[in-house]
Design a protein. Structure first.
Ligand SMILES: NC(=O)c1ccc[n+]([C@@H]2O[C@H](COP(=O)([O-])OP(=O)(O)OC[C@H]3O[C@@H](n4cnc5c(N)ncnc54)[C@H](O)[C@@H]3O)[C@@H](O)[C@H]2O)c1
Length: 351
């Protein structure tokens, strides 16, 4: 298999590239613009593999994308490049509109022209997987789960930009016949997670004895998915998913944010009992504007049709994750010191 991955230097993209290169043995071209969220250090374990190549390019640059398709000749595209942090989209949405919507359009149209020229056998085997989020569905009440048929109702500039890109991808299937599949997953966590997101931010702040800022009362619920389970799901969907279909990906691990933070504190108390209890560092701060109350995924289509199942429970996954941060300071220390040190993002006057 020849797989062109976009956003492979990011959190999920790097887990996917490691899985494809080392686990599957696919030929991989990683196309990434290396924004603040892109980090080639996450790909150290595969950087010299003969079946891995890196291209430093922006997906919005149509000429570079055409060259990449023409020279690499992929039979599968797995599109993950995006601006991904809700708080940053609240502070300023320009890059989200540009990469998530215009960039997806640029990649889709490049893929369509490339696909049009393939011979019949390669044409029917070609797949374009668009990796999206459960946030396109909006917020749930106390009951119910997101299904593939749940109507779109995004709340943030981030989720609205992802919803727009999902619609473009499906339209390219209905209008031009491009064999696309769309995956919508819940919140990921695990190794190599940029420390602006809830779990790595709490682990690193707690390790450094800094305050643990929990938005509002911490009752918001997310359905946590271990990133390596997600990488396996993405390969399954790209290789066996039916063209034109959507697949929800989730770990059946709903937790309130405050319970996630308590669990991290308890694991760290076990390691550094002299510095505990880490819970004393929790600080309830002003809530995120438009903060969705609950996300929960019904992944039964992916489980029954394609046979994927999450291997990690939240308890096993969070234990592995905290220990990974304890053992890999070489990876996160430069990010904390030079890229993002944990300041509050996404608040503005008037809310
Ligand atoms: N992290 C999650 O919990 C989560 C949940 C659901 C869906 N998703 C989706 O999964 C995908 C990957 O998420 P992530 O958490 O790994 O994101 P990330 O922010 O960690 O990584 C994004 C990557 O895309 C690259 N990139 C950004 N703009 C680009 C451009 N214009 N051209 C080329 N590369 C560009 C960045 O350099 C970075 O390497 C995204 O599409 C996101 O919307 C993420």
């Amino acid at each position: 298999m020849r797989i062109l991955v976009t956003g492979g230097a990011g959190f999920i993209g790097s887990a996917l590239v490691r899985h494809l290169v080392s686990g599957i043995g696919a030929e991989v071209l990683n196309v990434d613009a290396l924004t603040y969220a892109g980090n080639l250090a996450s790909l150290k374990s595969v950087e010299s593999a003969p079946n891995y190549q890196f291209l430093h390019a922006d997906i919005c640059d149509r000429a570079r994308m055409q060259e990449a398709f023409a020279s690499f000749r992929p039979d599968t595209v797995m599109h993950l490049a995006a601006e991904s942090h809700v708080d940053r989209s609240i502070s300023g949405a320009d890059d989200f509109i540009q990469t998530n919507i215009v960039g997806t359009f640029s990649l889709l149209d490049t893929a369509r022209h490339y696909w049009d020229e393939l011979d019949a056998r390669r044409k029917s085997a070609f797949r374009f997987l668009h990796v999206s989020t459960d946030e396109v569905y909006g917020s749930l009440g106390d009951e119910g789960l997101f299904e593939e048929t749940t109507p779109y109702d995004p709340s943030s500039p981030y989720s609205a930009s992802k919803a727009a890109s999902d619609h473009l991808v499906i339209a390219w299937h209905r209008t031009y016949g491009l064999p696309v599949v769309v995956s919508n997953c819940s919140n990921n966590y695990g190794p190599f997670h940029f420390p602006e997101k809830l779990i790595p931010l709490m682990i690193l702040n707690a390790l450094e004895g800094k305050s643990l800022p929990v938005y509002g009362n911490g009752a918001n619920v997310r359905d946590w998915l271990y990133v390596e389970d997600h990488a396996r799901a993405l390969f399954t969907i790209a290789s066996r998913g039916r063209p034109g279909e959507k697949y929800n990906v989730g770990g059946r691990n709903e937790r309130r944010n405050i319970d996630v933070v308590h669990r991290i504190c308890a694991i760290l108390d076990g390691v550094h009992s002299d510095k505990g209890p880490h819970r004393r560092l929790i600080n309830n701060v002003t809530d995120r504007p438009g903060h969705d109350a609950r996300y929960a995924i019904d992944a039964s289509k992916l489980e029954s049709e394609l046979g994927w199942k999450a291997q990690e429970t939240f308890e096993t996954g969070i234990e592995k994750t905290v220990h990974w941060y304890l053992e890999n300071e070489w990876w996160w220390r430069p990010l904390r010191e030079n890229v993002y040190s944990g300041e509050r993002l996404g608040v503005f006057k008037g809310r």
